[in-house]
Design a protein around this ligand. Structure first.
Ligand SMILES: C[S@@+](CC[C@H](N)C(=O)[O-])C[C@H]1O[C@@H](n2cnc3c(N)ncnc32)[C@H](O)[C@@H]1O
Length: 241
């Protein structure tokens, strides 16, 4: 069972509690949603428990289609429960299991692709970005948030991961700090952020030049530093023909 199956991103099983926790910590996301929701056929890659999907669908006043994929089937099940818990919304998102590096959609299917905090956990991030390009229509927009390696949060997370590796090597343990963190009720304050730092198999982070390089086959409109402690790069890019 994958890390995200054991604890879907952000924790907080109740949708309303999770949304309040999430947008309290990352208020900039709601501004981004206004822009994403202007499109009418949207794919979200790594939708987790569907929190952003539901918020974006609320804003899709002109109707349309929204598909959220995630490789964690437990997250997809939780996203479906969240939809049932939330107030009725105009566009009802479809949630389905899927892999960012092998999207089950034809070329040029979507007007927009949104992905928040996902592709830095994927082994082959370049393959996932090539898939974004493939399934976007020419002129379609990609909105992708990836970790910023030059932020306090990421520097701390990467240092803690190294500390855990050293402790495991010295004591013969398997992810000692993850086990310790799991024994405290930290989710209320940190969501899954600390567990992610110790437990997620892949955690990458980028500087601005590396982001431009990842999106070199796109027309990049902006790479903005966002999030608490500037921990994300939020890239807006569009697919040339
Ligand atoms: C940090 S969580 C972010 C979830 C959601 N975007 C959010 O912000 O709440 C990372 C998510 O990426 C998903 N994920 C990781 N690798 C993936 C892959 N190759 N394909 C699809 N989803 C993936 C995980 O299952 C997890 O739900």
């Amino acid at each position: 069972m994958s890390f995200w199956d054991l604890r879907p991103c952000d924790g907080h099983d109740c949708f309303a509690e999770r949304a309040s926790f999430r947008y309290g910590k990352e208020p900039w996301l709601r501004l981004a949603f206004e822009e994403v929701a202007r499109h009418s056929c949207i794919l979200e890659i790594g939708c987790g428990q569907g929190t952003d999907a539901i918020e974006i669908c609320r804003r899709m006043k002109g109707g349309g289609r929204y598909v959220g994929v995630d490789q964690s089937t437990m997250s997809i099940a939780s996203a479906r429960r969240s939809l049932a818990e939330s107030e009725p919304i105009g566009v009802s998102p479809q949630f389905q299991a899927g892999d960012a590096t092998k999207l089950a959609f034809a070329e040029a299917t979507f007007d927009a692709i949104y992905s928040m905090g996902v592709l830095h956990h994927v082994d082959d991030t370049r393959a996932a970005i090539a898939e974004i390009r493939r399934v976007l229509r020419p002129g379609g927009r990609a909105y992708v948030a990836l970790y910023n390696r030059n932020s306090v949060k990421l520097a701390a997370a990467l240092a803690l991961r190294k500390l855990q590796t050293a402790a495991d090597a010295a004591l013969g343990t398997d992810r000692l700090m993850l086990s310790l963190a799991r024994s405290f009720p930290i989710e209320k304050w940190f969501g899954t952020a600390l567990l992610e730092c110790f437990g997620v198999p892949i955690l990458k982070a980028y500087d601005r030049d590396q982001i431009h390089d990842l999106f070199r086959d796109f027309e990049v409109e902006a790479v903005d530093r966002c999030g608490s402690f500037g921990s994300f790069w939020f890239t807006r890019a569009w697919r040339r023909s």
